[in-house]
Design a protein around this ligand. Sequence first.
Ligand SMILES: [Zn+2]
Ligand SMILES: [Zn+2]
Length: 335
Amino acid sequence: MHPIDALTEIATLLERERASRYRSKAFRAAARAIEGLSEAELADAAALRRRPGVGDTSFAVIQEALAGEVPQYLAELRARFAPASSQLRALLRGDLHCHSEWSDGQTPIEAMLGAARALGHEYLALTDHSPRLRVARGLSAVRLREQLAVVAALNADAGGAGPTLLTGIEVDILDDGALDQEPALLDELDVVVASAHSKLRMERGPMTRRLVAAVSDRRVDVLGHVTGRLIRGERGTRPPSAFDAAAVFAACAAHGVAVEINARPEREDPPDELIAVALAEGCLFSIDSDAHAPGQLGLLDEGAARAERAGVPAERIVTTWPLERLREWTRRASG
Ligand SMILES: [Zn+2]
Ligand SMILES: [Zn+2]
């Protein structure tokens, strides 16, 4: 195998395990450091060892790959890799929620697109954060407009091959339910995921009104990680927000907004009992990875397994729909 493929697969599997971001970053950096080197240059071990970006472990991986072996480090990761399985996963065509280094993702957009291609996605919506989320380097209107041009260029370069990159945003739901970006700019985007990231402990009444107001905005397509809960992981735990789930999901159904089934293992949001409420209210769903690194796009396996266990019919999951149908839905004018 080519050393770049070995390094990239290692980074992907580490991200999939949600290992420390520094570990996967080191392998991605090493892959970049040897990009474009000829076979002769790669074979010069002494020069390779001195190359910035190539650490001890990466160097060993490169040597083993050049020797025609599956690198030991990669073999161990492959042996540990145990994705959740479901019938539903095979029906998913894409993902409507992910981040690049433009906000708090770990890599350039191209790496996310490459990983989506490797998974066989038909489409991927790039949904970096909105301005108020400063900790996540949320995009100002100016930067988001710049990003739209970059996305257009990437799609033009691909010439119809590989996944279509959809423009998008994960827009913050402000305290009163308003959206944290210029309405006219939201109108231009393919996919608008709206999520609350602050004041998650608001009282039940105001929180219900806040979420209902957000999903009643015709620009919103997906309600992201609705409860905001964290159940495990590096960031600790956080209880779910309190709100009238039937009222919020009834508003989603009335406005054609999909309820996100967030695939991140530390979120598992909404909880199963709220998925049942959303099903009863007649909601659409979107199974999203909320990936912040390329390997995390694979978390759709976990999301699909949860949705299947919860009995969500494939037809009500917008990400099982072909791109044209998905586009018709995101362009819908809801009343
Ligand atoms: Zn979010
Ligand atoms: Zn997100």
